[in-house]
Design a binder for this molecule. Structure first.
Ligand code: MF3
Ligand code: CO
Ligand code: CO
Length: 253
């Protein structure tokens, strides 16, 4: 039987570690530019220039026709927001920046939700909870664990805070291809789903809404928004299952 989920070798993991670290460095590079008055077009331009200068390629550009180099998702935009010169960040906004450089053929996929200036305590609570959801999901990753354990941990925490988990988009296997098996749901049932094995590499990228989980896609064909226009936050890491547990590939050192 053909194995649906690839197991990466040590040599391949080394490549993914390099791509992942570069992705994490790119997010840190762009962080100080996230200020009131900046356009998402400018953030895109800066990220693309930095990526090129580091010998990498921006995976989103041209991916199924995506027109820019990063995704910029503001406030009620859930994911896949397109940078434009018309979008000017303002005090109190939140923005998810999702970057995926390809280094030497290998993909590193990570995102974070940033505050624009100072945000309200309610907004901070959403963003902090979303980051906690990601880390609780990661904590479930170990050999013998199940994909359902990850989803259950994320869903439990989000719903305990009164939030909902987006269902139409999920984490994914990644390597020399952007999106591959397995699909990593951010909700689910403990003990269910694919059994994890060392060498599996995938993302976890929960999108958490203050209101309902339903989403819609705008007329540009990309921008995903909450149906009720409630705020949405997201964080993403690329991870490897190791003999001992988990390694976050998109981290700094
Ligand atoms: N980086 C996104 C993810 O986490 C995918 C973006 S695809 C694009 O999977 F085409 F919108 F860029
Ligand atoms: Co991803
Ligand atoms: Co991403």
């Amino acid at each position: 039987m053909v194995e649906a989920v690839e197991i990466k070798s040590g040599r391949e993991l080394k490549k993914m570690r390099a791509a992942g670290r570069l992705a994490a460095q790119l997010l840190e590079y762009i962080r100080p530019y996230v200020q009131p008055g900046v356009t998402t077009e400018e953030l895109d331009r800066l990220c693309e220039a930095w990526t090129q200068a580091h010998g990498a390629v921006s995976a989103p550009y041209g991916y199924h026709g995506f027109p820019k180099h990063i995704c910029t998702s503001i406030n009620y935009v859930v994911c896949h927001g397109i940078p434009t010169p018309q979008q000017i960040l303002k005090e109190g906004d939140i923005i998810n920046i999702d970057v995926t450089p390809i280094l030497d053929g290998w993909y590193g996929d990570t995102s974070a939700t940033f505050y624009v200036g100072t945000v309200s305590p309610q907004v901070q609570r959403l963003v902090e909870t979303t980051q906690e959801c990601l880390m609780l999901g990661i904590a479930e990753v170990k050999p013998g664990g199940r994909l359902g354990d990850i989803g259950a941990a994320i869903q439990q925490h989000a719903q305990a805070r009164g939030y909902s988990v987006v269902r139409n988009f999920c984490g994914h296997g990644i390597g020399q291809i952007f999106h591959t098996e397995p699909q990593v749901m951010h909700y689910g049932t403990r003990g269910r789903g694919l059994k994890l094995r060392p060498g599996m590499v995938f993302t976890i990228e929960p999108m958490i809404n203050i209101g309902g989980f339903e989403v819609e896609i705008l007329a540009d064909g990309w921008t995903v928004v909450t149906k009720d226009r409630s705020l949405s936050a997201q964080f993403e890491h690329t991870l490897a299952v190791t003999e001992k547990g988990v390694e976050i590939l998109t981290c700094l050192d």
